[in-house]
Design a binder for this molecule. Structure first.
Ligand SMILES: CC(=O)N[C@H]1[C@@H](OP(=O)(O)OP(=O)(O)OC[C@H]2O[C@@H](n3ccc(=O)[nH]c3=O)[C@H](O)[C@@H]2O)O[C@H](CO)[C@@H](O)[C@@H]1O
Ligand SMILES: C=C(OP(=O)(O)O)C(=O)O
Length: 421
């Protein structure tokens, strides 16, 4: 494990460029094994999740290289083999190998995934989807066994009981080469799902309706890549830098964004009173003052993302009055609250609601990044605070923030990552 050391109190300025979306990348890499040719991605973020996915690929004799944002994956010599449980447990998205291995071999054996500790994260809807496609599913010893070896996978009509990014993607991965037509109703509409469909369709898949709540997949027998797939920008990383810029920025430009993906977030920033200057693919955040308290309710896309609930919290500490956050997707996602209190924040939770009061001053402290976005929130608080903040368990942050120290240092931050004793 590593820890992050921040010397707070400096004002930051300049430009930062957003990397490829973590939540696209972690679906695209497992999807690559469905291809009958090598595949190539660019704008791949340099994050721990990517390195762990490469370890999982290698265990199946799928060689990959990653340099300067370009990743090449050759799945043509893939063999079925047990997946390394340490790497599987290191991230949530390892569950996409359930769908992609099922689509490839009509069989998948995958240990339950890890990922952020943000409250219960069932996968019943994924399993419901696999079963509807004709697979049998059993669980024992922390492992899920999925098989359609006898009769293969066939198209099906699947209504998801909850809007789930993971279940939507897993069903697409399993159905893309199945016999016949699959329809997913009440599908998640996140931009990362469109990105995955674009990648698959460019290889010959027939996935229609991604980005709406009804997705139709007509199975095809082969998938051949002929182009490089450029991964969409990470809207969560962008939102995190927006909050950083609002709290400690003296003028920061955030490049490589898709404004439409950030609308639920930027509209809240405008409500707070941040005079954002949004351009075609960038946003400028001037030095801001006189913010007003707001209410934030998380919901599936295009609603306010749960992954930005914690990163926006430091901005709410600057606002006049009491802001309220309701995380309807993960009501137990409150790991940042106690840690922020250690830094002097006036913040509390009651019955799953987070109350954020105006706080004049934060002070540096030793705090723990219980999960990725709690860590991002504490990092911003560390820059706002007087003195030094030490964030332990910082690997959780590095799971999903591309070239973090380099980007922050370029903005003028005093930050380093060192081994944790
Ligand atoms: C790798 C990735 O893309 N991770 C994102 C993905 O996680 P993930 O795909 O795991 O999240 P889901 O969209 O599946 O979860 C949404 C809600 O549905 C519930 N649920 C989900 C599946 C299921 O079978 N049964 C069930 O009840 C969950 O507990 C949660 O309350 O979407 C989350 C919600 O936007 C984000 O916070 C994560 O960053
Ligand atoms: C919850 C998150 O990630 P994961 O689903 O990969 O744990 C996140 O990115 O905020």
């Amino acid at each position: 494990m590593k820890k992050m050391i921040i010397k707070g109190g400096q004002r930051l300025s300049g430009e930062v460029t957003i990397g490829g979306a973590k939540n696209s990348t972690v679906a695209l890499i497992p999807a690559a094994i469905l291809a009958d040719t090598p595949v190539r991605f660019d704008s791949v973020p340099d994050i721990l999740d990517v390195h762990n996915l490469m370890v999982i690929l290698e265990s199946m004799n799928v060689h990959s290289t990653f340099k300067d944002g370009v990743m090449e994956i050759d799945p043509t010599q893939i063999v079925e083999s047990p997946l390394p449980s340490k790497a599987i447990k290191s991230l949530r998205a390892s569950y996409y190998f359930m769908g992609s291995l099922l689509g490839k071999f009509n069989r998948a054996t995958v240990t339950f995934p890890g990922g952020d500790n943000i409250g219960p994260r069932p996968i019943d809807q994924h399993i419901k989807g696999f079963k509807a496609l004709g697979a049998t599913v059993s669980e024992s010893d922390d492992t899920v066994y999925i098989s359609a070896k006898d009769r293969g996978l066939h198209g099906a009509h699947i209504f998801l009981d909850v809007v789930s990014v993971g279940a939507t993607i897993n069903v697409i991965l399993a159905a893309v080469k199945a016999q016949g037509v699959t329809t997913i109703e009440n599908a998640a509409r996140e931009p990362e799902i469109i990105d995955l469909a674009t990648f698959l369709n460019n290889m010959g898949a027939k996935v229609r309706g991604a980005g709406t709540d009804v997705i139709r997949i007509e199975g095809v027998s082969e998938l051949k890549s002929t182009t490089t797939h450029t991964i969409i920008p990470d809207r969560i990383e962008a939102g995190t830098y927006l909050s950083l810029a609002t709290t400690v920025g003296d003028g920061i430009t955030i490049n490589n964004i898709i404004p439409e993906h950030l609308e639920s977030f930027t509209s809240k920033m405008v409500e707070l009173g941040v005079p954002l200057e949004v351009d075609e693919d960038k946003v400028f955040v001037p030095s801001t003052h006189d913010l007003q308290a707001i209410e934030v309710n998380t919901s599936p896309f295009p609603g306010f993302a749960t992954d930005l609930q914690q990163p926006i919290t430091p901005t709410l500490l600057k606002a006049n009055g009491q802001s309220i956050i309701n995380d309807h997707i993960y009501p137990e996602r409150i790991k940042h609250v106690l840690e922020l209190k250690k830094m002097g924040a006036d913040i509390a939770t009651e019955n799953g609601v987070i109350y954020v009061n105006h706080t004049d001053k934060l002070v540096g402290a030793e705090v723990e990044a219980g999960e990725i976005r709690a860590g991002a929130c504490l990092m911003i608080a560390g820059f706002m605070a007087e003195g030094t903040t030490v964030i332990t368990e910082a690997d959780n942050i590095l799971r999903g923030y591309d070239n973090l120290v380099k980007k922050l240092t370029k903005l003028g931050a005093d930050v380093s990552i060192v081994p944790q004793d």
